[in-house]
Write a protein that binds this ligand. Structure first.
Ligand SMILES: [Zn+2]
Length: 330
């Protein structure tokens, strides 16, 4: 995209959000029980993809209570069976949050921003911990002030609340360019959206509309541009209207940062046809999931994801009509 069209998008985005007020519904429900998953030590994991230095950084975990509404076409018993088959606990659905930092071609790029200790667990039987990102980034020897670019996959709280200070909404990365999918930006910042959203999603849209369009360092990008040298957007809509994966290519090696395309692989890769309640358009999400996983296999890429088992890196193989993830930990 040219500099001129990028600038005009920033300006139109600022105009779109100018008339909106602040969201006041940021209360966090205290979890009824303690966290059962110990934090990994250390809370970072480093690996190379060609010349790219990738660091997975632990942000937290959602220990999600089982809920028959989680998938429209799979029962709680089937969900537990799939978790057990992957060697995971069945006491709850483990949904870790991992954020990725990529150093490539002299650029330091943060891929999504985690939950910033600001995401509700919704259900008192669930525990949601986030916001470990900054401390773990420092432990990994990465100074958050040196992040030049932030790529955002989609605007769900566990991916963008880490961009905002908890009480003030002040920007956590004021000096970085924040590159977002234009389709995602347009959808969430449309003032007519709020009346169309279910009650549970309205506070998120209010907060986005009150804050993000006012930031001058947010850059919506259309389609599948190379957004920084060596890293390209890959459209994977369905989870949200503009949900996007990130592709890294360096030398002969490739990594697909799949974000939420197959969020919990034990469930969504092993059963790609299961339709989750957090996939806004579940049929489109399934099509995007199959297309992306098929591409990863065909091109022999490594894959990582925001909610893959820590440290989020693995290999995908085809297992009949299903996909299987082998987690890589060394
Ligand atoms: Zn997510």
């Amino acid at each position: 995209m040219s500099t001129t069209s990028r600038r005009s998008l920033i300006i139109s985005a600022a105009v779109a959000g100018a008339a909106l007020g602040l969201d006041k519904s940021l209360a966090v429900i205290a979890p009824a029980r303690g966290l059962q998953t110990p934090d990994p030590a250390p809370g970072f994991f480093r690996y190379r993809v060609g010349d790219a230095e990738c660091t997975a950084i632990y942000d937290g975990i959602w220990e999600k209570a089982h809920d028959p509404a989680f998938f429209s076409n799979a029962s709680v018993a089937e969900t537990k069976e799939a978790l057990a088959a992957a060697g995971l606990t069945t006491a709850f659905v483990p949904i870790p949050i991992t954020v990725f930092v990529v150093k490539l071609n002299g650029k330091l790029v943060l891929c999504d921003a985690g939950g910033g200790d600001q995401v509700q667990a919704f259900n008192p039987q669930s525990t949601f911990i986030s916001g470990r990102l900054m401390a773990n980034m420092r432990a990994a020897g990465i100074d958050p002030k040196r992040i030049e670019t932030v790529l955002i996959s989609h605007f769900h709280p566990d991916h963008i609340f880490g961009l905002l200070e908890k009480k003030t909404n002040a920007p956590v990365f004021p000096n970085a360019e924040i590159i977002v999918p234009a389709a995602e930006y347009k959808w969430w910042t449309d003032p007519s959206l709020i009346s169309r959203l279910p009650a549970g999603r309205k506070p998120l849209a209010h907060r986005i509309q009150a804050v993000i369009p006012k930031w001058k360092n947010v850059l919506p990008v259309e389609g599948e541009d190379e957004v920084v040298p060596g890293i390209s957007f890959v459209s994977a809509p369905g989870h949200t209207p503009g949900h996007t994966a990130f592709h890294i290519g360096s030398g002969n090696e490739q990594l697909m940062i799949s974000n939420d395309t197959a969020y919990v692989p034990a469930l969504c890769a092993a059963h790609p046809g299961w339709h989750g309640v957090f996939d806004q358009n579940a049929a489109l999400a399934e099509a995007s999931r199959r297309k992306l996983l098929d591409r990863v296999i065909a091109d022999k890429m490594m894959i990582c994801g925001s909610h893959f088992p820590w440290p989020g890196l693995g290999k995908i193989t085809r297992d009949g009509a299903r996909y299987a993830l082998t987690v890589q930990t060394t």
